[in-house]
Every structure is written in structure tokens, then in C-alpha cells.
Design a protein around this ligand. Structure first.
Ligand code: CUA
Length: 263
């Protein structure tokens, strides 16, 4: 059988096209790392979000190494937390659910874009290599405030990322001559131990205490302040741990004016 030269050329051309179409579809489905959200995230009772282990306190959690989990609650018309911070070079798994109606969780400029359905948890894992700022938007019409529903995702340099929290408890006043303690609690949100120094400054004096906070734990630092070194009156104090600072005022009063401290 003799096939005309042009006929052969068209046969070859159409084969090339068919193979090309299949290749582009395969690449589109697999190549750019597109993943569908499925039911892996599980389900949840929207009325019990506040008592839920993951969503009761939504936010960023360190899982170990460069892995983080971020849980987010969507509701008309906001995300909690509204601002998320994760470090660069991290692998972040988002868990998102809704308290009321169907919303979406879309990180602009990435391929994170999922519906958020009450009763369901949308789970997706994303790699963030470089520091950047992303907007988070709701793409699902959810009522009159829909267009205002937004959040922020900040990918910060690794050395600026920090899951340490500092809280301080101190008396407002103390009688002159007595001792008082200023209690600092350092919480370490990372899984690795945190070695740092807590510093208290009061009335020109500096107290320093080294502290090792275990991974995912907290540690108390007690500063015993001897008022013998302080004059009566108000003294501002500051407790510093790394970049965290808490401050207040301690009033040293005379026992003669009933300790109300207005010396
Ligand atoms: Cu939430 Cu639109």
C-alpha cells in the first residue's frame, strides 16, 4: 500500500500533538505540586471548636525540625489568628475549619486555596523557602462582610522566628524593708530546649538569671527584690528575655503611711 507523503506527514504531526497534549495534562496534574484537599483532615463538631484540642487555641505549633502545624478557625468575617508567622525553610501543615458558614482559605500567590466547610477540617502541607508576606483571602461568598475577610501570613527569616512567651507577676507595692519577688514565666513553644537569660532591671539595679526552658515547656524565674536597696516611692521595673519585655511599677511604701504607697 502506498501512503502519500503528505498523508504520512499529517499522521506523524497528529501523533506528536496527541502525545504533547497528554504530556501537558500529566505535567499540569503532577509537576507543579498540585494536591487536592481530601477528607484526611477529618471532621469536627462546629459547636465544640472552643474545647477542641487543636482549634481551642488556634495558632502556630512547632512539631520538631523544620515542621510546623498551623490551625486556623474561619468565621464571618475573620480568621483566628488573623496574622500567622512561620519561619523560612519550613514545612507547614495548615488545619482550617469554619465555625459558621462555608468560607475559603486562600494564600494569595501560592497554590494554597481551599474551601473551609463547617464540620470539616481542611488539611494541606506547604513548603516555604524564602521570607515573604502573603495575604490570606476568603474566596467563598459568606455574607455582607465577605470582602473584608482577610488575614496575613508572614514568612520571616529563621533567626527572627520565635515562639517564646514571657509573662510576669509582681506585687504593686511593698512595705519598705520587706522583700518582694517578681516572678517571670518563660514559655518555650519550640520542641528544642531554650537557653537564655532573664534580666530584671529595677531602681538602677540589674538582676540576671540564666534559665534553660525545656522544649514545649515553661520555666519560672523568681527575682527576690530587697527593698533595703530601694528608696520609698515608685520604681519602674523591666523584665527582659531575648526580645521580649514586660514592665511595671513597684511602689515601696512606708509602714507609717499604712503601706498605701503614695510616698
Ligand atoms: Cu468568608 Cu467570604
Amino acid at each position: 500500500m502506498n501512503i502519500h507523503t503528505y498523508e504520512k506527514a499529517w499522521l506523524v504531526a497528529s501523533m506528536v500533538l496527541i502525545v504533547g497534549f497528554i504530556a501537558t495534562i500529566t505535567y499540569g496534574a503532577v509537576g507543579p505540586g498540585i494536591a487536592m484537599i481530601d477528607d484526611d483532615g477529618g471532621s469536627i463538631d462546629p459547636d465544640e471548636i472552643n474545647d477542641h484540642e487543636r482549634f481551642g487555641e488556634p495558632g502556630v505549633e512547632h512539631l520538631g525540625g523544620n515542621e510546623y502545624a498551623v490551625s486556623v478557625v474561619a468565621q464571618a468575617w475573620a480568621y483566628t489568628p488573623s496574622e500567622i508567622e512561620v519561619p523560612a525553610n519550613s514545612e507547614v501543615t495548615f488545619y482550617v475549619t469554619s465555625r459558621d458558614v462555608t468560607h475559603s482559605f486562600s494564600v494569595v500567590g501560592t497554590n494554597v486555596n481551599t474551601m473551609v466547610i463547617p464540620g470539616e477540617v481542611s488539611e494541606m502541607t506547604v513548603q516555604f523557602d524564602e521570607p515573604d508576606e502573603y495575604g490570606i483571602l476568603c474566596n467563598e461568598y459568606c455574607g455582607e462582610g465577605h470582602h473584608t475577610m482577610e488575614g496575613k501570613l508572614n514568612v520571616v527569616p529563621e533567626d527572627e522566628f520565635d515562639l517564646t512567651e514571657l509573662s510576669v507577676e509582681a506585687d504593686d507595692e511593698v512595705e519598705a524593708g520587706n522583700e518582694t519577688t517578681i516572678n517571670a514565666t518563660v514559655e518555650n513553644g519550640m520542641q528544642d530546649d531554650l537557653e537564655t537569660t532573664a534580666t530584671l532591671e529595677i531602681g538602677g539595679q540589674t538582676y540576671e538569671e540564666d534559665v534553660t526552658v525545656p522544649g514545649d515547656g515553661s520555666e519560672n524565674v523568681e527575682f527576690a527584690v530587697d527593698t533595703a536597696d530601694l528608696e520609698t516611692g515608685d520604681h519602674d521595673w523591666t523584665v527582659t528575655v531575648d526580645d521580649h519585655e514586660e514592665s511595671g511599677t513597684l511602689t515601696v511604701g512606708n509602714s507609717s503611711d499604712g503601706g498605701d504607697g503614695d510616698a
